[in-house]
Each structure stands twice: as C-alpha cells, then as structure tokens.
Design a protein around this ligand. Sequence first.
Ligand code: EPZ
Length: 423
Amino acid sequence: MDTIHIRGGRPLNGTIEISGAKNAALPLLTAALLTEGTLRLSNVPNLTDVRTMGRLLAELGVRIEREQGPDGEVLALTTPEITSTLAPYEIVSQIRATFWVLGPLLARVGHAKVSLPGGCAIGARPVDLYLKGLEAMGAEIELSEGYVIASAPNGLKGTVIRSPMVSVGATHVLLMAATLADGVTVLENAAREPEIGDVARCLVAMGAKIEGIGSSTLTITGVKKLHGATHRVISDRIEAGTYAMAAAMTGGNVLLSGAEADTFASALDLLEEAGVGVEVVNEGVRITRNGHRLKATSVATEVYPGFPTDLQAQFMSLMTLADGDSEITETIFENRFMHVQELARFGADISLHGDKAMVHGVERLTGAPVMASDLRASAALIIAGLASSGETVVNRVYHLDRGFERMEVKLSACGADIWREKA
Ligand code: EPZ
C-alpha cells in the first residue's frame, strides 16, 4: 500500500487548481442510465471512486468514451439499452454512491437489484429514506440476502414525499426517479447541497422538468424520455475548503483557482472568524495567513448551507494549533471522530464527549506515523503533517485517493515537502 511522507513546517505559497466535485460527478455519471442519448461530462475528477462508478455503469450497459473537448477531457456516456439491472455487493460495498443507480434503473426499466451500500465507516448510514420515498412512488421493495430488490411494473407515479430528515443520497435517487415518473413529484425537505443543484441543472439540460432548484422543495414533472446533453461538473467545495485549511494552518498565500466561494461560504466565514485572510477574487479564492496564531473557534456541522461534515476533520486539525479552546460538534454522522486518536499522535490535545470534540490548542505539533481511517480524515492528517516539525508518514492512503486528485502533487507545487512512496 502506498504511503505519503511529509517533512512539515513549510508555508504554502502559490496556486492550487480545484478539481471537479467528486460528490457531483458520481451522481451525474448515474444520470447516463436515464437516456439512450449521449451525456457528455467535463471537469470530471480523476479519482478511484469515479473509476469504481465507471466500472459499475459499464456492467449495466453504459458505454464510456473519452473525448478531447475545448475545456479538457470529456467523458461521453451512452446507454443504448440497460444490459443488467444488478449492482453487485463487490462494487456497492466499496462506495456508497453506487447504490444510487437504484433511482435511474427503476425509472428507466422498472426494476433493479442493488446491494445494500458500504462507503466510509462514519456511522450507521441506513437507506430507509430512499426506500420509503420509492415506495411512495409505487415501487415494490423487498430486502433479501443483503440486496434491495425493487420493481415498479406499472411505472413510478408522482406524489408528495416529505422527508423526515435531510439526506443528500435520498434526494439524488428520488430526483432521478421522478424525472421519468408519471405525473408530478414534490420532494419536501430535500437536500440543498450545491451538488444536488448541479445534478438538477444537468437533468434539465437532458429534458427534465424541475422547479425549485437550490431550494428545499423540488417539484418534478415527469417526462416520457430524456435526451443527451453536455454538462460541466461544478468545482469541488470540499477540496477547496481542505486546501484553504491547509494554507491557514501552515501560513502563506494560496490562490484556490476555480473555487466557487458561495458553495463553501460557511467554511470561509469560519476561517475569517479564526483570523485567516479570505479574499474572493475573479479566479477563485485567496487564502492568506502571516505568522500570527489563529483564534480558537467553535462550530457544529449542519446540512447545507451550514458548515459541512466533510470539512469537520480538516477544521479540527487546524484548531489543534489555535490559541484557546474550540468545541467541534458533529451532528450529521455519529461516528465521524476517528481522526481524533490519530491527531493525538502529533501531540494534539483533544477530548471527546459524545457528539462534541473539545480541542485545546497547543503551541506546536510534531510529525508521527499515522493511519487514515476515512477519506476526509486522511486529508486532516496530511494538513497536520504539513504544520508539524519532523516527518509524518500517512498510511492507508487509498482512502485519500478516493476523493482527492493528486493531492501531494498540488501541495508540493506550493512548496510543501511531501511525496508518495509506492508500495
Ligand atoms: C453524502 O452522503 C456525501 N456522499 C457525503 O460525503 C457527505 O458527508 C454527506 O452526503 C452529508 O453531506 C456523496 O455525496 C457521495 P446523507 P450521504 O444521506 O448521501 C442519515 C465524502 O467524504 N440517513 O445526507 O450518504 C445518515 O445516516 C462523503 O465525500 C438516514 O438516516 O449522506 C446521516 O446521518 C462521506 N436514512 C444523515 O442522514 C437514510 O435513508 C445524512 O446522510 C439516509 C440518510
């Protein structure tokens, strides 16, 4: 297994190009199942999660070709017919978003057999909201031997679905299912994450009728067929936020090129509160910090537009060196604090109390061998390593490669002493 090595203590200076958003690209790829036409996606990040999704889609009948567009590489996805409706355990257990093929498969061919999902070990992560929503649209659902077997022999029917809690995945699945359903579907208490808006805009370009994009009520009028379209994936707000925290922690001056400030405004506000320089410029967002110690700042994760759970670990890393005590509350996932014990190896002072982590800022961190436990936690360890004296070795970096494109390359271009050792 590859390892990432860091000799910390150097400020970051330069430009980091922000990639396309993983969490928009994954559902966008599944939209190819909804039409025989060709869906062309640009700005798709080159990540293992994207390749895993590609492998599943190919098994279901999607032809994937790479083309050269004016704007870089384009993935052209064409699904003349669905050749299989089985999403097997071997794939779905690796990344949770592959479970989301359930929506488009049911919508296009009226049946699907999809393994219950896996993904990062950050909580129980049930799928009851997806299944209740599809049942409300007339699907029959059976659970058997770890699989969801769903059928809608008479097609899906539009209805009003009020979700008792906000779920990104359930919103993606029900939105796609509704595009081809008979009649009007209203999704109340829908997720408002920018990735949902991005998918909805792509579906509209494919001929779907969707109102309320960007709000918590989506109204979808089903159409008979969707067609091909061309769409550029939005920039990755979590990657941008991660590098913002890295620059804040090491000090320096970094331009996050292509970052869309309004998609991670809560994180930028928090950084400003902590004493980080944030400037929105034409090309993206500039992050600066010169020398002085950051102020300890408290935060609770929330659904969008609140502070994202996917930046909680990275912010905790930052707060380990702040002046004072910060309280970090995780409200979305019940087990997303596995980075705490790894941050302690650097000398961080953190105690856990249920869904709260109390971080007492220390003067300095020292490099250590550490182990990545999940995708965003890996990034938090890298950030800590960049700001520590001595050498850090991050093990199990396959977690990192699921969601960050060439992280060590992007960081070393800004002056970090970081490299990958191949296993
Ligand atoms: C998406 O996961 C993201 N994944 C996650 O990013 C992100 O952390 C999460 O949304 C929250 O923003 C992708 O976009 C691929 P949810 P998802 O359904 O859809 C509970 C990363 O690091 N819930 O919004 O799985 C659930 O247990 C990943 O890139 C139910 O109870 O998240 C959780 O507590 C990790 N029943 C809460 O809702 C359900 O049926 C929010 O989960 C569904 C969800």
